[in-house]
Design a binder for this molecule. Structure first.
Ligand SMILES: C[S@@+](CC[C@H](N)C(=O)[O-])C[C@H]1O[C@@H](n2cnc3c(N)ncnc32)[C@H](O)[C@@H]1O
Length: 420
């Protein structure tokens, strides 16, 4: 059979989507297993899979509109149609190329059906899908928790690839970089770049002048008091927050249970020339000889706040997962209190848009730990676009800084143990 140009990338996209949607993998890990592809094909496969995941409910509705009998959810024909349509909508692939690369994917299967449905939909003309629906369960949860406007903002944000945020050790370096590149400094020690291209090709990557970190993810470390000498970063890898802390005048100990993620943290520290003591351990039973002046607990969570970069989180974060992760968060928070000095500060953060992993955790914690109280951000600690809640914590929702490209969803609260 003659080879069809671009087919390996589409075949790989099909495998990646199967790994993500049927086997619950992340897109990053699914992409890792396709590393033997040529670089350009690999990049295209990841882009196609990403575009499908950004618009899945709308793509499915479109496919269903051209069928008498809906295709099963996990059928190959449906997946191939999603891949073909997402290329047209999200990547503006020419129609002949997307049809030519779709049909061989269903060789020996319902080729005529796929051809027929694609032809019908392409003749009708595809909608823009620039504010695609999120999965039903997610929309219901977020509408109930945050209201319809937040769901509308999230729909707008999921269709676009977000800008690139860089963190710097010092503000002078950040401003010089922004001037040189036309980047936007939206907070101290931060620069935002639109259409940045590959990070390894940006100025200063090799010299470790900055690290990639969503601006929202940089907020928790900004709440660690400058005066805290010994700081524990619990659940630290791959280390964006460790590097922020190490760039300040703190002695940082970073604990994470994942060896492979700690390896990335070690590489990040080497690249940036920053220092921290790294410990591979389960935080729930790690014993420390000392207590800490401040602790940052960036707890494992459903990560639904990162849906702009990782749209698959919305399919992974089912209610059972959220329940399990909130249990672990309670245990980790409890463990952190045992490692904190009297009068110490404990910053709790999650990149989640689920109140069960943020507000509820802290509310419940305060009701059983009267020796702790919330210490709201002081003037200048957080960028002025963050308005803390009246309870004193900060909740970052889709919609904030929308015209600048948005932020990841986050929750952050600083607790202090009151002196007795
Ligand atoms: C949200 S990520 C941390 C991101 C990190 N703070 C940063 O800024 O790059 C959560 C981390 O918690 C780690 N983790 C999960 N359960 C843990 C446990 N019981 N003990 C230690 N680390 C754990 C995971 O390996 C993961 O690296």
């Amino acid at each position: 059979m003659p080879s069809v140009e671009g087919l390996p990338a589409r075949r790989a996209a099909l495998q990646m989507l199967d790994a993500v949607l049927r086997r619950g993998h992340t897109l990053d890990s699914a992409a890792q297993s396709a590393k033997s592809l040529k670089l350009a094909d690999h990049g295209l496969a990841v882009a196609i899979a990403g575009e499908v995941l950004r618009r899945l409910p709308d793509l499915d509705a479109l496919i269903d509109s051209a069928m008498r009998q809906p295709l099963p959810d996990d059928s190959k024909a449906r997946m191939v149609l999603r891949i073909a349509l997402a290329q047209k909508v999200g990547l503006h692939t020419p129609e002949h190329a997307l049809v030519a690369t779709a049909l061989p994917l269903v060789d020996g299967g319902p080729r005529r059906l796929v051809h027929g449905v694609l032809g019908t939909l392409l003749r009708r003309g595809l909608p823009a899908m620039d504010a695609p629906r999120l999965p039903d369960g997610v929309e219901q949860r977020w509408r109930k928790a945050w209201g319809g406007d937040v769901v509308t903002s999230a729909r707008m944000q999921i269709s676009k690839r977000p800008p690139l945020d860089l963190s710097f050790a010092g503000d002078a370096e950040a401003l010089a970089f922004a001037n040189a590149t036309g980047g936007q400094p939206l907070a101290p020690r931060h620069v935002r770049l639109n259409d940045a291209g590959p990070v390894t090709e940006l100025p200063g990557f090799g010299e470790g002048r900055w690290w990639v970190q969503d601006l929202a993810a940089s907020l928790p470390a900004r709440l660690i008091p400058e005066s805290a000498r010994e700081v524990l970063d619990l659940c630290a890898a791959p280390g964006g927050k460790t590097m922020q802390l190490a760039a300040g005048a703190h002695e940082v100990t970073s604990v994470d249970q994942s060896e492979s993620r700690l390896k990335r943290l070690r590489e990040n520290l080497e690249r940036t020339g920053l220092e921290a003591k790294l410990v591979a351990a389960d935080a729930l039973d790690w014993k420390s000889e000392k207590e800490f002046d401040a602790i940052l607990l960036d707890a494992p969570c459903s990560a639904t706040g990162t849906f702009r970069r990782h749209p698959e989180v919305l399919y992974r974060a089912r209610p059972g997962i959220i329940r399990d992760s909130s249990q672990l968060q309670r245990q980790l928070l409890e463990r952190a209190t045992a490692l904190l000095k009297p009068s110490g500060s404990l910053v709790y953060a999650v990149c989640s848009l689920e109140p069960e992993e943020g507000e509820t955790i802290i509310d419940d914690f305060l009701s059983t730990h009267p020796e702790f109280e919330i210490a709201p951000p002081r003037d200048g600690e957080l960028p002025n676009f963050v308005t803390p809640d009246e309870r004193g914590w900060s909740r970052i929702l889709p919609g904030l800084l929308e015209s600048e490209g948005g932020l990841d969803g986050f929750f952050v609260a600083r607790l202090v143990r009151m002196a007795t």
